[in-house]
Design a protein around this ligand. Structure first.
Ligand SMILES: Nc1nc2c(c(=O)[nH]1)N[C@H]1C(S)=C(S)[C@@H](COP(=O)(O)O)O[C@H]1N2
Ligand SMILES: [Mo]
Length: 199
């Protein structure tokens, strides 16, 4: 029989107050993309909020750069079971875009260059819980990780943090996004292990 040395095999033992059930810790930064990486220049980049009545509010890259920035340090949790603690980002809280908009909507469809979509309740984008980020670890966000800009919604599974984000469509009624139409949970709270429909 071989000698088994507990604690030196397999995955890092996670701190249950930081790491949700069923997750393991990773120190690298995996790339998970459902399709090819779109190349979007900051000159061409635009972010548009569309209300339920069709009213549009758009921000160019220059507009984005003039908004007050925050530097959130957050833990992120992917449904494929990796979690990463204390990730450093820089960006604009979503409140900056949404507070200018007159809406009765309760839901948001986040849209991306390349066609990815993900839905969430509008309130989950407000009150400093979500950001449009353009830097990771002090560097411009790389295309693989969603550059030039992505959504960051760390309190939900990371598929809700749309890479290459280009807009938000406000909706009176909930609709499923890309993964939500393919069996993933509508809400995706990692602390309640809402991975798949029915969880
Ligand atoms: N546009 C877009 N956003 C996306 C995805 C995607 O395929 N396309 N994948 C999601 C998933 S499942 C995860 S886990 C994270 C991965 O982000 P990362 O590649 O920076 O780790 O992005 C999310 N946002
Ligand atoms: Mo994911």
């Amino acid at each position: 029989m071989g000698i088994v040395t507990p604690g030196f095999r397999g995955r890092a033992r996670p701190d249950p107050s930081r790491v949700p059930p069923g997750q393991y810790l990773t120190h690298d930064f995996p790339v998970l993309s459902a399709g090819p990486t779109p190349r979007v220049s900051t000159e061409r980049w635009e972010f548009t909020v569309t209300t339920e009545t069709g009213e549009k509010h758009s921000w160019s890259w220059a507009d984005l750069m003039r908004l007050p920035m925050e530097k959130p340090t957050v833990d992120i949790h992917c449904v494929t079971q990796w979690s990463k603690l204390d990730t450093h980002w820089k960006g604009v809280p979503m409140d900056a875009f949404l507070s200018e908009v007159d809406t009765a909507a309760d839901f948001a469809m986040v849209t991306s260059y390349g066609g990815y979509t993900t839905n969430l309740p509008l309130e989950d984008l407000l009150d400093g819980q979500a950001w449009l980020v353009h830097q990771y670890d002090g560097e411009p966000l790389t295309p693989d990780h969603g550059g030039p800009a992505r959504l960051l919604v760390p309190h939900l599974y990371f598929w809700k943090s749309a890479k290459w984000v280009n807009g938000i469509r406000l909706m009176l009624d909930d609709e499923p996004g890309f993964w939500e139409s393919n069996g993933y949970h509508d809400y995706g709270d990692p602390w309640r292990e809402q991975r798949y429909q029915g969880d």
